[in-house]
Design a protein around this ligand. Structure first.
Ligand code: HEM
Length: 358
């Protein structure tokens, strides 16, 4: 990554992408370091004098709320600073990991769900046809006019959230009922479990995009649909991800009908007891007038199988529970999370609401 950054920097090549923001952020750091060696150093060294510039670099990537993160204890005023090389590397890695696997997983599951629910796929294809047509390349404006597409994506993200949980760290001691959480406790928010709780999502294992229809969406209990997290630290790439997913799906469905093949075994997954088997998860494509051709199976793996850990957590909840307990019990200060986990399973959403904004 450092080599790529150096190459970009020294070749003078300028592109409109994330890496360019990172190069700019590094430049800001160097400029601020040079400036601070010339001037007498403030206690908060490494921060550019011109706060506007620092904000500008970050504002292309993060919202103002994120730039002025209240959780940074070193500064009481809004933070406008450049990034160190380590931070640039960390951001780049997060963007690769958070950006590729998640969208790829959603596309994988969505193509699978559409293949095994042909009636839903037909309805979606029809709406795409009406909104865009077959030969017109999809654009941002065009793909925004297909409400049923949003419904199908949301329902896929409910059933198979690529991030099965998120975390928050307690910034101060906090009490809920007879449970007290120490400052610094890491709290897991079990997105997958909440989105499969039958109290909030009747028949949680059935694929029903109508849950998100105009008539029904008001019934969704706040904070029970969390595929992109919630609050000031929710997913930075949400809009981009949805756009990307829509572009791929529309392009595919304009040309192809997704079908389950003899190699698509059952649902290809199981909620308990079995580890994900990628070989079972195949869908095929069929052009409108052609007979299905087994030799031309289109493997709907946009990306190789996402991490085993994610799948173990998602598909083998017993293992996941066990893992939670072992991991948290191994760290005495986090032991409370084991109790917290069972509490969350009973009354998820009030707690989640409180915790996300702690
Ligand atoms: C379907 C696709 C995606 C899903 C389901 C997803 C999900 C999530 C979730 C659950 C979080 C944690 C939010 C929270 O704790 O409240 C998160 C954070 C984040 N995501 Fe995504 N994500 C997706 C795509 C992307 C893409 C495409 C990018 C970048 C291009 C991205 C960048 C990030 C970043 C940088 C964070 C950390 C935000 C912060 O800490 O302030 N994500 N994502």
């Amino acid at each position: 990554m450092k080599e790529i950054l150096d190459m970009r920097k020294f070749s003078g090549q300028v592109r409109r992408d994330f890496l360019q923001l990172m190069v700019k952020a590094l430049d800001e750091t160097e400029a601020s370091q040079q400036q601070s060696t010339k001037q007498s150093m403030r206690p908060t060294d490494n921060f550019p004098e011109d706060e506007e510039d620092g904000a500008d670099v970050l504002s292309g990537v993060f919202s103002p709320a994120e730039i002025s993160s209240p959780s940074d204890e070193t500064h009481s005023s809004p933070i406008n600073r450049a990034l160190s090389i380590d931070e640039v590397l960390a951001q780049s890695i997060i963007f690769f990991v958070a950006g590729f696997e998640t969208s790829a997983t959603t596309l994988t599951f969505m193509t699978y769900l559409l293949a095994i629910h042909p009636e839903i796929q037909e309805k979606l294809r029809k709406e795409i046809d009406q909104a865009i047509g077959k030969d017109v390349p999809p654009t941002y404006d065009l793909i925004s006019r297909i409400p049923y597409l949003d419904q199908c994506i949301n329902e896929t993200l409910r059933m198979y959230p690529p991030a099965t949980r998120t975390e928050r760290e307690n910034s101060e001691e906090w009490t809920y009922g007879n449970l007290t959480l120490d400052k610094g406790t890491i709290i897991a928010i079990p997105i997958y479990a909440i989105q499969h709780d039958s109290e909030y999502w009747p028949e949680p294992d059935s694929f029903n995009p109508d849950r998100f229809s105009e008539e029904n969406k008001h019934k969704i209990v706040p904070f029970t649909f969390l595929p992109f997290g919630q609050g000031p630290r929710n997913c930075a790439g949400m809009r981009f991800a949805i756009y990307e997913i829509k572009m791929v799906l529309v392009s595919v469905l304009q040309r192809y009908r997704l079908v389950a093949t003899p190699r698509t075994v059952g649902h290809g997954y199981t909620h308990e007891g079995q580890v994900w088997n990628s070989k079972k998860f195949r869908t095929g494509r069929k052009t409108k007038n052609s007979k299905f051709n087994h030799r031309k199976l289109l493997k709907m793996h946009w990306y190789e199988l996402p991490t085993t850990a994610t799948y173990l957590r998602t598909f083998v909840p017993r293992f996941w529970n066990h893992l939670m307990q072992t991991v948290y019990c191994a760290k005495p200060s986090l032991r409370v999370c084991t109790q917290f986990w069972s509490l969350l399973q009973q009354t998820p959403h009030e707690l989640v609401l409180a915790l996300l904004f702690t």
